[in-house]
Structures are given as C-alpha cells and as structure tokens.
Design a binder for this molecule. Structure first.
Ligand code: S3P
Length: 180
C-alpha cells in the first residue's frame, strides 16, 4: 500500500505523513527530504543553481521509482508534484492519494516567508497565496480520492480521519494477511 499525501505548501503533508506512518506502521518517505539527501543540496540551492525544471525532473524520477518499487510507503509529496502529467497519471491510478487542504490564511501563517520554500519565500500576502492555490486546485482534485481540510484539526486528528475515511486499517490487514 502506498498512501500519497498531496496539496499546497504548508497544508501539513510532512507532519500528517509522520502520524500516518506511526499509526499504520508503514515507513514514511518525504520526497523533498529524499531529494535533498540524494543530491546533497538544499531545495533553494537546487532551484537557484539548476532551475526549477531540474528539480521537477528529480521529483518525477523519484515518484516513478516509488510507484514501481512495490514497497509499502506513506509518501509526503512536494506541493508541485501535480504539475507534471506523468506524475498525475501515477497519483490518479493509486486508490490512496489524499489531498490536504488549508485556508490561505493558515498557509500564510505556517509557510509564508519560509526561506526553505523558494516559491513562497517572498510571498507573504494571503491574496497571492489564494490565487496560486486556486490555479493548482483542479490538478490536486484530479488526482485525489479524498480531500481533507486541516485547519481546525491537529495532525493526529487529520491522520485518524484519513485512516477512517479510506478504511486504511482494514485494507492494510487484508494486504498483510494475504502476503503472509
Ligand atoms: C513546492 C513545494 C515544496 C518543494 C518545492 C516546490 C511547490 O514542498 O517541493 O519548494 O511547487 O509547491 P512542500 O509542499 O513540502 O513545501
């Protein structure tokens, strides 16, 4: 089973991924962290030195590797994963792709001005965040089987709601039972 968490920057994909990983006892793979670990540079450095397209190539290659690896994983994706068609095809095919959502005000508080996010580093205006989110929204929706609001929930509660709404514990039991 692979659970993909997608959604705009600052919607809580990494922290909810960690909770899901603990609750379901499935390893977590944070795509941004994995790209940084393999490349040896930070995301802002990759963007600045090689350009956004080079980062998107690394992202696409990693997603493909995950999708064809047959490993059980919780995958916290970078916010721009849905920009490429091949990535959307992979995400759509998977029954456990979940979009996390948050209000632009929440995103601004959580991630606005973050030096580690080249696309949000200089963006502090809520209107700017809203307009960027709206552009990506159809792409996230196209890929996700479940869309879940995070604003008024803790990461633990969000993880629990995902597990319940997708019946993940039962699916996991069936999978591990049939592998044994
Ligand atoms: C990006 C989101 C980031 C990271 C990169 C680009 C985006 O990930 O992959 O800075 O285009 O939305 P998070 O969503 O984890 O911040």
């Amino acid at each position: 089973m692979v659970v993909y968490l997608i959604g705009f920057m600052g919607t809580g994909k990494s922290v909810v991924g960690l909770k899901l990983s603990r609750k379901l006892n499935i390893p977590l793979l944070d795509m941004d962290d994995e790209i940084v670990r393999r490349d040896g540079r930070s995301i802002p450095e990759i963007f600045a030195q090689d350009g956004e397209d080079a980062f998107r190539d690394m992202e696409e290659a990693l997603l493909r590797e995950i999708a064809y690896s047959d490993k059980d994983l919780i995958v916290s994706c970078g916010g721009g994963i849905v920009l490429r068609e091949e990535n959307r095809r992979i995400l759509k095919e998977n029954p456990y792709t979940v979009q996390l959502l948050a209000m632009p005000q929440t995103i601004a508080k959580r991630a606005g001005g973050d030096p580690n996010r080249p696309l949000l580093r200089d963006t502090v205006s809520v209107d700017e965040i809203r307009s960027r989110m709206e552009k990506r929204m159809p792409l996230y929706r196209e890929c996700a089987s479940l869309n879940i609001l995070t604003d008024s929930y803790t990461s633990n509660e969000t993880a629990k709601r995902i597990i319940d709404q997708l019946d993940l514990e039962e699916s996991r039991r069936k999978e591990t039972g049939s592998k044994a």
